[in-house]
Design a protein around this ligand. Structure first.
Ligand code: ADP
Ligand code: MG
Length: 211
């Protein structure tokens, strides 16, 4: 399948809906092991992104992602603003000026986004961050795309993998970000950034069907 600007606009809208619906939930998760602002941060960023998209009216995948990235970077503070800002900016750079991207190009952009997250935050799998969802999901996508798979046919498995990895952050001890200040006390709580990342991938899949 080919993914055009319309697809990415649908994706951003769905992601924004999940973040708005789960603003309280994400905030509660962050209150347990951080400072209780992840839901507020992400919802604010997504709303700013939707506003900018309305006025900027981008017509390529890269332009959509750049508009969202800029909104995230300028309206969201803390760790999540720069991290998600990097996700969208890296994807935008990866898409360049293409009118449409294919499955391979989409997966390659997600791989670049993961590199951006790791480069910025220096977290590894097991540190109880969004990397715990991103890395296995990108690995799964890469392996399957190399074997001729497409995103639509991978989506069911992809969503369960993201959910499983999100839940797998519960028993972990945080080693990066604010939650790491809690040491042992971070054990037993689900990571908020891993949770918003689960919504990210779910939205990517749901935008295919046009939810
Ligand atoms: P802050 O921690 O500044 O309050 P948020 O609450 O919005 O920012 O985001 C917290 C989330 O950011 C964490 O749950 C975690 O998933 C992610 N995070 C924090 N630090 C890092 C890091 N160094 N690398 C990757 N992700 C991180
Ligand atoms: Mg926080």
């Amino acid at each position: 399948m080919m993914y055009d600007a319309e697809y990415f606009l649908r994706f951003v809208k769905i992601f924004a809906e999940y973040l708005a619906e789960n603003r309280e939930y994400l905030t509660q998760l962050d209150a347990a092991i951080g400072d209780g602002d992840h839901g507020i941060n992400m919802d604010r960023g997504a709303k700013a992104a939707l506003e900018r998209l309305k006025s900027a009216n981008p017509t390529t995948p890269g332009a959509v992602m750049r508009t969202v990235g800029m909104a995230m970077l300028s309206s969201v503070g803390g760790a999540a603003g720069p991290l998600y800002g990097t996700v969208f900016m890296r994807m935008s750079i990866s898409f360049g000026g293409k009118e449409k991207v294919d499955d391979r190009e989409l997966v390659s952009a997600l791989e670049q986004a993961l590199l951006g997250i790791k480069n910025l935050g220096k977290a590894e799998v097991g540190d109880k961050t969004m990397v715990d969802v991103w890395e296995p999901v990108v690995k799964f996508l890469k392996e399957n795309i190399e074997n001729g798979g497409t995103l639509p046919e991978m989506c069911e498995e992809l969503i369960s993998l993201a959910e499983e990895r999100m839940k797998a952050t519960i028993p972990l001890r945080a080693r990066k970000g604010r939650a790491s200040y809690l040491g042992e006390r971070s054990i037993g709580h689900q990571d908020p950034g891993a949770t918003s990342s689960y919504y990210f991938f779910k939205s990517l899949c749901e935008a295919i069907g046009g939810r």
